[in-house]
Design a protein. Sequence first.
Lengths: 449, 156
Amino acid sequence: MEPLADEPMADEPIVAEPLADEPMADEPMADEPMAGEPMADEPMAAEPMADEPMAAEPPAEGALPAEEFDIQPEAFAFESDFGEFESGLGEVEPEWGFEAEPRRWESWQRETPRRTTGAPASCPPRRTSVKCPPRGARPSAILDYFGFDSANVNSGCHTLLLDDAARRVIQTQTSRQPIRSILLVGHADASGRERYNVGLGQRRAEAVLLRLCRTLERMRPGITRSITFQVASCGETQTKATPELSRRVEIFLPTPPAPAGCPPFTERIRLHMKILARPSVSIPTMLASMRQVYEPAGFLVEFVSCEVLRLPTLEVLDVRCPGDVTQTCCPFPCPTANLNAEHVALFQQRNNVESNELAIYFVCQTIPDLRGCCAHPPGRPGAVVASSATQWTLGHEVGHVLGLQHVCNTNRLMNDGNCGGTAAITNPPPDLTAAEIQTMTASNLSTPC
Amino acid sequence: MEGVMAISTEQLRLRLNADEPDYTSMARLGPAIVPQLMQLVQDRNQAVASAAAALAGMIGGEQAMQVLARAARSRSSQVRTAAAGALRSVKAPAASRLIAPLLKDSDKNVRKFAIKATAARRDPALLAELDEINELDPEPAIRSLAASVLARSPRF
């Protein structure tokens, strides 16, 4: 009898102390708060002001200096492109993914293309302040875990997300529907005064705007001249489950209205990265590789959020079956109730992840060793990717979650273990067949654009 | 006899290097592949070496113990963790000799799986080691795990 088959981790504290000797390697964490970790500069509960210091709004700790933003007075003279919607008069079609948008999609198409390359433009760019969009809008990316009362963009997850958003913006510039407008919406947690939090959300949005502008200009000098930027603050009106998740900036990239969808794509797959350990192949490389396979097949792969999880007991994940440690519980189909306690505990970490979106957990290693595993509790779709993953493992595991089985063919993404898996792929990028694309499209985890 | 030269070392390496190695089918190859596993557990590719250790644990037997002993001495913490994980399913009493040093490993993940391997045995010497971990381990999560195992283990 195995006295402790799948257990001991269950009653352990899942979120434990930071591991001083094991920082995320290429992600300096200096200003990045960790999941579940108390904020270092957070006042004690007894103090009246939590997220924000004083009512008189002195320069808050961590707030960026105003001059860095070259704030133009007219930008803050409230001018809402969402006014029509909010007054109930709007008749335009969705563009931001929620029913309030500055202009009709057609107007973007008519717009005379502006110069997109050449001399670098200065950052921050000109921008317009608009009203907070309605609750429930689905952003393209979420940058959360801002420090307490801070508008500092961190160099870990925030940078990954901004790089990815910038790549996507640039990628569309040569398409029929280039992204010409970006909306950044800042939020604060519920601590502190409402008015102060409106300003804090605005500062966060402005900080992300500055960083996004610099990223875009680094990737393609001059591109920001062709993009209209809008910023908004929702203050504390749209808080989430925890203060850390509430302290965020959401990036909205315009979505063309139906039936245009998101051409050239027909389906959308939304991924949320949960990082317990840094993979050997970088996450951007894995994403780029996955897109090499998925995008020609019509799937837009969105990198929606990124969270560093400090779960030291789960960095090396036991994936053996409960009650039978000789068996590996990584079955296909992926949803299964037969997972051990620590495997289940990992998949409980779903901050930001909707039911039809995937959480990808980057762990150090699994026991026994797998590069990836698609097994997940029913209703919590996602996959585990180990540090030893190849550049194709992410796409492979997501393929399993979308319903794809193994095949023995080194030209295919789903090449199986007996044929060497993705490490043995011989003619990159690996292929998806028409039947596999059909299966993926039928999955409720890929949503029509 | 199944297993004798049933698969070449290169083929075995290919299968161990997969995203999801099919351990169950490879374990059916039996003790005949243990010499190959001894070679592969020293592979420069840590994923291959770790998978070789895991497979050795599933095959079991005295020869496989030698593979695990080699893995337990690896310079790679990934391979040592794989060895500690594999020892959980090894019933041979000799496994305790390999678990004991892994309980004192410098890597917390190795210690975690060594503790789990200890939980599967009723070895008073190993339980005594857990007492020490419960008191002195620098990682709170590891202390907590040791305490959890001790609470469930009968003492003699």
